[in-house]
Design a protein around this ligand. Structure first.
Ligand SMILES: NC(=O)c1ccc[n+]([C@@H]2O[C@H](COP(=O)([O-])OP(=O)(O)OC[C@H]3O[C@@H](n4cnc5c(N)ncnc54)[C@H](OP(=O)(O)O)[C@@H]3O)[C@@H](O)[C@H]2O)c1
Length: 324
């Protein structure tokens, strides 16, 4: 498949490397706001045509677009790509509101041959399935899921700059950036919660630098801790009676083990590039025209974004007046 990319930061280079390693994609088109940026990206990755006009980029012969722009641009760019008949792999979070999600679903209904995937890379990690299978065979008493990493862009924020990921205008913040990994994990492993509340710690500009969410399930609670202003080295845990499943973070999944009374290593070996599994899965689904698999992933994304909307609402986070 011919791959086009939107956004030229390191994450796009990592996705292109994963895509090429899968053998299923060839980079063909690079969109950037500036020609020099597109040319520099091409020089360090693979030969491709540079575009600064999004419509011309989407009119090229590419088959699938990978979108890694700031969060508030995801939905509009996805809609443009779908209208141009291109498959889309859009970075998390795919949308910043339920209206944006509805618009994407309407567009897909109007273009049934097109597939849209949210790049929730951890869902495709083999260790994600290890945890899912353990949860499915145990009575769950609760879970604490954590993803908190000090962001280099927090230094920029503190220095008075306005980095996109700390900006309301670009739908940034801890919940949108890292919390979404936790919500994906909770919904995929435990299902849709009965209620979801978010207690953000907001920075002066209104962005949540960190926060804690409580998801209530019948018989147990799941707490989520997301942060971009500190590093958490504490493990994530899932509890079942005397057994405790421990792992680093749902967003990383480098180590999964039973701890406590019963110790057992459960980690499965995985690719070095954390985007390798999703790149291969999306290619297989598109190539097989496996609409059921695409619909299943969209159904999971839909559940996730409904919970994300509840969390934003309960935490007083609303991007709808900030988006471009
Ligand atoms: N899956 C993962 O592990 C992972 C990791 C990191 C990030 N991400 C996701 O990837 C996306 C991009 O994150 P990032 O940190 O790379 O974001 P970013 O640096 O703020 O922006 C990404 C790209 O978007 C373009 N861009 C920047 N500012 C823009 C603006 N004001 N208007 C229009 N385009 C603009 C730039 O490309 P040009 O200059 O070429 O136009 C830039 O390279 C986010 O949605 C994030 O959640 C995912």
């Amino acid at each position: 498949m011919k791959l086009g990319i939107i956004g030229t930061n390191w994450i796009t280079a990592q996705f292109v490397a994963a895509a090429q390693a899968s053998g299923a994609y060839t980079l063909s088109a690079v969109y950037s706001r500036r020609a020099e940026t597109a040319e520099a990206f091409i020089a360090k990755t693979a030969p491709a045509v540079a575009y600064t006009d999004l419509a011309a980029f989407l009119a090229s012969d590419l088959d699938v677009v990978y979108i890694a722009s700031p969060n508030s641009l995801h939905a509009a760019q996805t809609l443009q790509a779908v209208a141009a008949g291109k498959h889309v792999i859009v970075e998390k979070p795919m949308v910043a509101s339920l209206d944006e999600l509805a618009a994407i679903q309407d567009a897909l209904a109007a273009h049934p041959g097109v597939m849209v995937f949210e790049a929730a890379r951890h869902v495709h990690d083999p260790n994600f399935a290890v945890i899912r299978d353990w949860v499915a065979t145990h009575d769950i008493a609760g879970a604490d899921l954590r993803y908190a990493k000090y962001s280099s862009r927090y230094d920029a924020y503190l220095a008075g700059e306005n980095p996109n990921i700390f900006s309301p205008r670009f739908a940034g913040g801890a919940l949108m950036d890292l919390g979404v990994y936790l919500v994906y994990a909770a919904v995929a492993w435990f299902g849709v919660p009965e209620s979801a509340q978010y207690l953000p710690h907001k920075l002066a500009n209104g962005i949540d630098g960190s926060g804690t969410a409580r998801l209530q399930y019948p018989g147990f609670d799941v707490t989520l801790t997301a942060g971009k202003t500190f590093n958490s080295l504490a493990p994530s845990e899932i509890y079942s009676g005397r057994e405790t499943l421990s792992f680093d973070s749902p967003g990383e999944l480098n180590r999964v083990a039973l701890v406590g009374e019963q110790e057992r290593e459960l980690t499965v070996a995985k690719a070095a590039n954390p985007m390798a599994d999703e790149a291969a899965d999306f290619a297989a689904i598109i190539t097989r025209d496996d609409r059921q698999a695409a619909a299943d992933l969209m159904a999971l994304a839909t559940k996730v974004h409904r919970v994300m909307a509840q969390l934003r609402q309960s935490g007083g986070i609303d991007f709808t007046n900030n988006a471009e």
